[in-house]
Design a protein around this ligand. Structure first.
Ligand SMILES: CC(C)(COP(=O)(O)OP(=O)(O)OC[C@H]1O[C@@H](n2cnc3c(N)ncnc32)[C@H](O)[C@@H]1OP(=O)(O)O)[C@@H](O)C(=O)NCCC(=O)NCCS
Length: 170
C-alpha cells in the first residue's frame, strides 16, 4: 500500500521539490513560462509558507501560500469584496508529478494551504490556466468560487486564458 504524507517544507526538501517541478514542466507545461531556476522559483521572497507531498518517502508535490504581488486575482477580489489586500494571500506553486497523481496529494496540499489561510485570517485567491483542468476540478471540489477570467501574459508577448478563484469562507 502506498504511503502519502503532506508536511511543511524544510530547507532540505529544496532539491527534491525542484526535481519534481522540472518533471511537471516536462509533462504538463506548468508553469507556462518555464522553470530556468526551479529553486529560486520555489523559494521566492514572497513565499509565506509552503508544504511538500511525499509518496513512499520521495518528494512528489508542493504548494505555497504567497504574498500578493500584483496578481489579477487579488485586485479582482479586492474590488468584489472590499477586503484589504493585506488580508489576502495567493495559493500558488501547486503541482504533483504525474506518477503520483490521483492519491489525493493535490487535495491534501490544497487543504494544508487553506488551513493556513484560515488560521491566519487570510483569504486565499489564485489563478489557474484553463488548460489545467484537473486543477480547476480540484479547486471547485474544495469549494473555491470563480471570481473572474483573465489572460496570463508571459514570454515575449504570448498569453494564455486563466480563471481566478477565491477560497470559500472560513
Ligand atoms: C492539479 C494537480 C496538482 C492534482 O494533483 P493530484 O495529486 O492528482 O490531485 P488529487 O489526487 O487530489 O485529485 C486528482 C483526481 O484524483 C482523484 N482521486 C483522489 N484520490 C483518489 C484515489 N484514492 N483513487 C482514485 N482517484 C482518486 C480525485 O477525485 C481527482 O479526480 P478528477 O481528476 O476526476 O477530478 C496535478 O494534476 C498537477 O500537478 N497538474 C499539473 C500542474 C498544475 O496544473 N498545477 C495547478 C496550477 S494552478
Amino acid at each position: 500500500m502506498e504511503h502519502t504524507v503532506v508536511r511543511p517544507f524544510e530547507d532540505a526538501d529544496l532539491a527534491g521539490a525542484a526535481a519534481a517541478l522540472t518533471e511537471v514542466h516536462a509533462t504538463d507545461g506548468y508553469p507556462v513560462e518555464g522553470v530556468q531556476r526551479p529553486e529560486a522559483w520555489l523559494r521566492s521572497a514572497d513565499v509565506m509558507a509552503a508544504w511538500v507531498g511525499e509518496l513512499d518517502g520521495a518528494i512528489v508535490g508542493h504548494v505555497a501560500v504567497m504574498r500578493p504581488h500584483g496578481e489579477d486575482a487579488v485586485s479582482m477580489w479586492v474590488r468584489q469584496s472590499g477586503e484589504r489586500e493585506d488580508r489576502i494571500a495567493v495559493l500558488a506553486r501547486l503541482f504533483v508529478v504525474k506518477a503520483a497523481r490521483k492519491h489525493a496529494l493535490g487535495e491534501s496540499l490544497t487543504q494544508a494551504a487553506m488551513s493556513y489561510g484560515r488560521e491566519h485570517g487570510l483569504r486565499l485567491v489564485l489563478d489557474v490556466m484553463t488548460k489545467d483542468t484537473a486543477a480547476m476540478r480540484l479547486y471547485e471540489r474544495l469549494g473555491w468560487q470563480e471570481i473572474g477570467r483573465t489572460s496570463h501574459r508571459y514570454g515575449d508577448g504570448q498569453s494564455i486564458d486563466a480563471v481566478c478563484y477565491a477560497a470559500p469562507d472560513a
